[in-house]
Design a protein around this ligand. Sequence first.
Ligand code: COA
Ligand code: MG
Length: 304
Amino acid sequence: MILSSSLDLNHPSRLRRSVLTVPAVNERALAKIASLDCDAIIFDLEDSVAPDVKAEARRKLLEFLREADLGKRERIVRVNGSDSMHYREDVAMVIAAAPEAVLLPKVEDPAEVQGVVDVLSESDAAESLRVWAMIETPRGVLNAAAIASSGRTSAGRLDAFVIGLNDLRKATRIPPDPTRRYVVPYLMQVLLAARAYGLDVIDSVSNDFSNLAAFEAECAEGAAMGFDGKMLIHPAQIAGANQHFGPSAEAVAEARLVVEAFSDPAHAGLNVINIDGRMIERLHADQAARLLERLAAIQSRKDI
Ligand code: COA
Ligand code: MG
């Protein structure tokens, strides 16, 4: 059994590089995840589950989450939307299964976050149970800042945004394009909203899981844009996401240099120093320390 209380998932160096999604009805895929090197798993009750098997999916997932030992992998359940007939039973199942988070699809309004938070607070759900929100509609993007800020009033449960590009492309009529040129402005808007209120943000899925070169290019782009990780649909995508959303060898070397320079007694009391002809500020030392913490967290996960 999982001892969720022993996991410090809200630590600043929590890892969400690779967030694999699994349809709750896919038993073969469910059986596989305990052997996969992903940081987090989204168990999906929404779009990947056909309407006539929603109840069966819910029942099987509850059983699975009660039995399975998934080690340090963060467990998130994606429920059906709050306007659907499945929502109440989905949320009741989440409370019974006690994963680390519930993911709301197609969030467009802060009231949707508040709604689920109220249900959780009125139940015996653990205070550590977080809420994640998918931003995947034009209104979701436009209201991202209001939704993100609602995390503060919603008992602090709101923890992460996940981008859903398939739905966003459908609604905006922007066709698929490997460079993502025309959707990038929307993605950056969501990123800024999330950062303004201390949320993590996970980049969208890439549908073509057999084209790993294109996938890796998209991971590199997502990491450069500032995403914390990527939602994945297939095990073949895990290694690339872990690599691109983890610190590179060069970044680690630079971080060590900066931390060492600031811990040199000769630099005590200085907020700005010269390293090899570059101005380095104390804020860079804070960033470097965070990067090294993430590295330590990655190394301690080798045994998941
Ligand atoms: N999680 C865990 N294991 C998975 C997986 C996933 N998301 N996708 C595939 N696998 C497993 C398969 O079960 C198979 O293992 P097995 O041989 O032991 O059964 C292995 O990985 C290879 O899979 P493959 O044959 O290449 O693909 P598939 O035809 O079984 O599945 C998809 C392809 C797209 C149907 C499947 O990857 C999937 O359902 N992904 C998630 C989709 C989703 O959740 N969408 C909603 C959010 S956008
Ligand atoms: Mg969607």
